[in-house]
Design a protein around this ligand. Structure first.
Ligand SMILES: [Zn+2]
Length: 368
């Protein structure tokens, strides 16, 4: 089917751009009246082919969307995943994206979902909602932060129906607080034009630019930290970007990155980075981290030295670095929209314990 080929091209094109999505996040779909083809878990958008999509029965999905769950149902998240899996067409073996039901709820054939840094500088800002309406008027629907899963899919669907009743048309895109963007459309070209417009309008509000040039390198200070970390980790990376190094000057300067913005960051950086006043503290603070939180941090900030990420291999340290730099940029650019808005403890706990995220973590560690 040529539509599936188009979907694969659109997915690969946007999924290969690290400013739009990192570490295998994001998802896409194409639908007919009867079937939803949605990105399968374990298939990153970048490099995806026609066989990377799971085929689901839309009549089953519509029943599920409208039926919902009683208030007192136990294990709603596990039940929801099983119910989505049950809509797979006969012979379909792949596990659909957890956002499959949300994709089904758009009344357009193609849907693109990404986590662009620029978009998240708005969705993760204190005044994000009012600024979004100021910039995009009735084109946008703002989706407040709710737990992912059935609740989010139904909420997005309800909001779109309300919007249509009020304005006579569906919104052009959805901005999800502390998460990203969903763009539906009749073609990949239409979706691409919407994405370009959203990104350029948000960027036009920026008053200062993140500086990714290399900061002066203090080899002794960096070396002292690395030596301590390499006793514990197999891979340690240092970030020398000027704006990031500036954030590591003090605990106050780092406040914008000491708490996560989104689930991707929780998955790949762990929820809590470790802030050390000096290299001398590292050993004791790593022990304290293990005792309090369990295990080791993936992100270590040393005051006045900079940002380090670490893991059991280079890939793990590198993914933590990419996602943490993303968090740095989000906090930096959110200043243009009233300052940053991070996740609260309740949401962080939910993601930390969410079966779906643990599954994705497992896949990511194996496949990427
Ligand atoms: Zn997402």
């Amino acid at each position: 089917m040529t539509e599936l080929t188009k979907l694969a091209y659109m997915s690969d094109y946007y999924g290969s751009d690290p400013t739009l999505v990192l570490a295998g996040g994001g998802n896409t779909s194409y639908k007919t009246a009867d079937v939803l083809y949605v990105k399968a878990s374990g298939f990153p958008l970048s490099g995806i082919r026609e066989n990377g999509f799971a085929a689901l029965d839309r009549h089953g999905l519509q029943d599920l969307l409208l039926r919902g769950y009683p208030e007192d149902v136990e294990n709603i998240d596990t039940q929801f995943i099983e119910d989505v899996m049950a809509t797979r067409l006969p012979g379909e073996e792949k596990r659909p994206s957890v956002e499959a039901l949300l994709h089904h709820g758009f009344d357009f054939p193609y849907v693109l979902h990404l986590h662009p840094t620029v978009v998240n500088s708005l969705t993760s800002a204190v005044n994000g909602e009012e600024e979004a309406h100021r910039l995009f008027g009735n084109d946008v629907v703002w989706v407040k932060l709710v737990h992912p899963g059935y609740g989010l899919a139904r909420y997005c669907w309800d909001l779109q129906q309300e919007h249509k009743e009020k304005f006579g048309k569906y919104p052009r895109f959805l901005l999800l607080q502390n998460h990203g963007i969903f763009i539906p459309g009749n073609s990949p070209e239409e979706i691409g034009a919407t994405l370009d417009e959203v990104i350029s309008k948000i960027k036009a509000c920026y008053k200062a630019e993140w500086v990714s040039d290399l900061a002066p390198i203090d080899t002794d200070a960096i070396g002292a930290v690395k030596e301590k970390l390499e006793k514990v980790y197999d891979a340690v990376l240092y970030c020398g970007e000027k704006s990031m190094v500036a954030m590591c000057e003090s605990r106050e300067a780092a406040a914008g990155v000491l708490r996560p913005y989104n689930p991707d960051q929780i998955t790949y950086c762990r929820s809590w980075p470790l802030f050390c006043e000096s290299a001398d503290e590292i050993e004791a603070l790593l022990k304290e981290y293990d005792a309090k939180i369990g295990g080791l941090p993936k992100v270590i900030i040393v005051r006045g030295v900079g940002l380090f990420t670490a893991g059991k291999d280079r890939g793990e340290a590198d993914r933590a670095m990419q996602l943490f730099l993303d968090a740095g940029k989000i906090s930096f650019y959110a200043e243009n929209f009233g300052g940053y808005h991070q996740l609260d403890d309740d949401f962080i706990d939910f993601i930390d314990n969410w079966e779906v995220e643990n599954y994705r973590r497992g896949v990511a560690n194996k496949n990427l």
